[in-house]
Write a protein that binds this ligand. Structure first.
Ligand code: CA
Length: 238
């Protein structure tokens, strides 16, 4: 099984380290962010299985971060950590779309139990949507969006993009794409694949950063999961 990827947004370094070390011992992969701004960026670009979000953060506070993430279409479960032992804060947190909360101080076993429950919940659901970076495919109504803007795709383009998104960071040869997406052998399609990749790039990549669809010279194509760094460079340029 793939390691669960957890994003911890927590400004208290000690607390963040504690959570990171504890969860790494459980075999999870942890990314940390120490303020709301960086955390929200990381959340939107990182394909995490779970986000642990402190409410008291400098700059953009946790409530605002949770709100912004849900507004941005992110469905990743959010577990709120709060020192404020007030019912209003918890309710406000859950109202923004967070999935559960834990009041500090907490026992680590309690945190683990909550995390497991949340991961169980989402791993049996969410087969309705694929997301890579800010590119989102809704499999129910077959709509696509990038950076929150709808991208109009033909049926074939959608299927091609879906195949890429189900195999991120894998080199896909033209042969593979013709068999899996067109269900035909490559020789009947010759440069059809390249033409379609061009269509997709124009719609999905041309006006956006970072580029997701890459040519692997002489072999085929790859949809690359954007790193947080490249996403931030793109934002700085914009
Ligand atoms: Ca804090």
């Amino acid at each position: 099984m793939m390691a669960m990827r957890v994003l911890v947004i927590e400004d208290e370094q000690k607390m963040a380290d504690l959570i990171k070390r504890g969860l790494e011992e459980e075999g999870m992969q942890i990314e940390t962010a120490f303020d709301g701004e960086t955390g929200a960026q990381a959340a939107l670009t990182g394909n995490h299985d779970l986000i642990i979000l402190d409410l008291g953060l400098p700059g953009r506070d946790g409530l605002q971060v949770a709100h912004d993430l849900r507004e941005g279409g992110l469905k990743t479960p959010i577990l709120i950590l709060t020192a404020q032992d007030s019912t209003e804060m918890k309710v406000a947190g859950l109202d923004t779309g967070a999935d559960d909360y834990l009041t500090k101080p907490f026992a680590f076993a309690e945190l683990l139990a909550r995390i497991r429950a949340l991961l169980r919940r989402t791993h049996t659901e969410d087969t309705t949507k694929i997301q890579i970076g800010d590119l989102v495919l809704n499999l129910i109504n077959r709509r696509a969006s990038r950076a929150g803007k709808e991208v109009q795709l033909t049926n074939k383009e959608f299927s091609l993009l879906e195949y890429f998104m189900r195999h991120p960071d894998e080199i896909l040869s033209r042969e593979t794409l013709s068999e899996k997406v067109w269900e035909e052998t490559f020789d009947t399609l010759t440069n059809v694949i390249d033409v379609y990749i061009n269509y997709l790039r124009n719609k999905v990549d041309r006006n956006y950063e970072p580029k997701l669809i890459h040519t692997v010279r002489g072999i085929g194509y790859m949809l690359k999961t954007p790193s947080v760094e490249s996403q931030m460079v793109a934002e700085a340029k914009a």
